[in-house]
Design a protein around this ligand. Structure first.
Ligand code: TYD
Length: 201
C-alpha cells in the first residue's frame, strides 16, 4: 500500500482537484486518510505562506524564498506528515519537494545542487511512495489560471517562468525516478480521476 502520496504540476494543472478526489476515494475504501498541502499548513506554515505568496509590499529575495518554502516543509513534516504516517494514515500532499526543485531550481534559476540539498534536508528524509505529475501544456494551464479567482504572486509570474518550471519537472521525469507517474492532465477531470484511481484498485 502506498502511504505517502504527492501531487505535482504547474499552476493550473488541476492537481489540487485530483488530490482531493483521491483522498475521498481512498477514505471511502476504508483507509484513514490525511489530506494536506504545501505551503501553508500549521501555525508556522500559515505565516510563511502569507509572506511568500500574498504580501505585495516585499520583493522577496530568491534565496529567502527558497529558505521559506523549505522552512514550511520541515515544520510540516515534523508537525503533521510524520505523526500522521506513524498513526497509520495514508497521507496525500498537494505539492512537496519536487515543487522546490522545479520552481526554485528551474523557475528561479538557483543552483540546482543547492536547491536539491535544501529540498532534501527539508523533507527530514520522508520520501513519497508515489508522486503523480499532472502533465498539461503551459498555455492551457495559464488559460485556466486566468479564469480562476484568488490568484497569488506565483500565479502572476510570466509565461516564461511557468515554462521553466515545466521544463524543470520534465527534467525530473527524464531521470526516470520510479515513484513519479505522469498523468495526462489535458483530459477531462473524470478521465484523469480514473487514470489515477487505477493505481489503487
Ligand atoms: P497554491 O495557491 O498553493 O497553488 P497550487 O494550487 O498551484 O499548489 O500556491 C503555491 C505556489 O507556491 C505554487 O505556485 C507553487 C509554489 N511553490 C514553490 O514555488 N516552491 C515550493 O517548494 C512549493 C511547495 C510551492
Amino acid at each position: 500500500m502506498k502511504k505517502f502520496i504527492t501531487f505535482e504540476g504547474i499552476d493550473g494543472s488541476g492537481k489540487s482537484t485530483q488530490a482531493k478526489l483521491l483522498a475521498g476515494y481512498l477514505s471511502d475504501k476504508g483507509n484513514k486518510v490525511f489530506f494536506t498541502k504545501e505551503p501553508g499548513e500549521g501555525k508556522l506554515g500559515e505565516v510563511i505562506r502569507t509572506e511568500i505568496l500574498d504580501r505585495r509590499d516585499i520583493n522577496i529575495d530568491l534565496y529567502a524564498e527558497l529558505c521559506l518554502f523549505c522552512a514550511d516543509r520541515a515544520q510540516h513534516v515534523r508537525e503533521l506528515i510524520l505523526p500522521k504516517l506513524r498513526d497509520g494514515y495514508t497521507v496525500i500532499c498537494d505539492r512537496y519537494y519536487d515543487s522546490t526543485l522545479a520552481y526554485q531550481g528551474s523557475g528561479r534559476g538557483i543552483d540546482p545542487d543547492l536547491v536539491f540539498r535544501m529540498a532534501m534536508a527539508s523533507s527530514l528524509g520522508v520520501e513519497p511512495d508515489i508522486t503523480f505529475f499532472l502533465s498539461i501544456p503551459v498555455e492551457q494551464a495559464l488559460l485556466r489560471l486566468k479564469n480562476r479567482g484568488g490568484r497569488n504572486k506565483m500565479d502572476e509570474e510570466p509565461f516564461e517562468f511557468h515554462s521553466r518550471v515545466n521544463k524543470g519537472y520534465r527534467e525530473l521525469i527524464e531521470k526516470g525516478i520510479s515513484r513519479i507517474r505522469v498523468i495526462e492532465a489535458s483530459a477531462s477531470p473524470d478521465k484523469i480521476y480514473s487514470d489515477i484511481r487505477r493505481f489503487f484498485e
